[in-house]
Write a protein that binds this ligand. Structure first.
Ligand code: GDP
Length: 131
């Protein structure tokens, strides 16, 4: 069984949809292994998103992700990394397939409700921020 990280971002925790997002995980065959809430420091946010350091939206992204509580959820399933990216949907909620988490809960390309690790290696790295 493979494990990966779903992180509920500050826009979604502020809108009281944590439970509904966890329900979508459970309805799609993911087993919740561990859950932890936290508030990222600037330094942690910059490290979490270090691959985006040179992007024009990096400062906005760090401001957003440090603006409130996030919830890290370790999930387990066969092909968990790929299956979770499919359930999460495209980065821009307007382009996300209907029924995906971002189509249902995302507000904008930045405030898109959740993060999901994009590879097995990144899942290990990102899980270590929470567990
Ligand atoms: P993801 O893997 O689908 O989350 O997408 P990326 O790794 O490309 O981007 C990481 C995060 O940066 C996204 O989930 C958004 O929150 C944010 N982001 C991506 N593209 C943009 C953009 O063009 N503008 C802004 N403001 N934020 C963006």
């Amino acid at each position: 069984m493979e494990r990966t990280l779903l992180m509920i971002k500050p826009d979604a925790t502020a809108r009281n949809v944590i439970g509904r997002i966890i329900s979508m995980l459970e309805e799609n065959g993911f087993k919740v292994v561990a859950i932890k809430s936290k508030h990222f420091s600037r330094e942690e946010a910059e490290r979490f998103y270090e691959v985006h350091r040179d992007k024009p939206f990096f400062d906005d992204l760090v401001n957003y992700i440090t603006s409130g509580m996030v919830v890290g959820i370790m999930v387990e399933r066969e092909n968990a990394v790929k299956a979770l990216r499919e359930l999460v949907g495209a980065t821009n909620p307007k382009e996300a397939r209907p029924g995906t988490i971002r189509a249902v809960f995302g507000e904008s390309i930045e405030r898109n409700a959740v993060h999901a690790s994009d590879s097995y290696e990144n899942a290990q790295r990102e899980l270590s921020f929470f567990f």
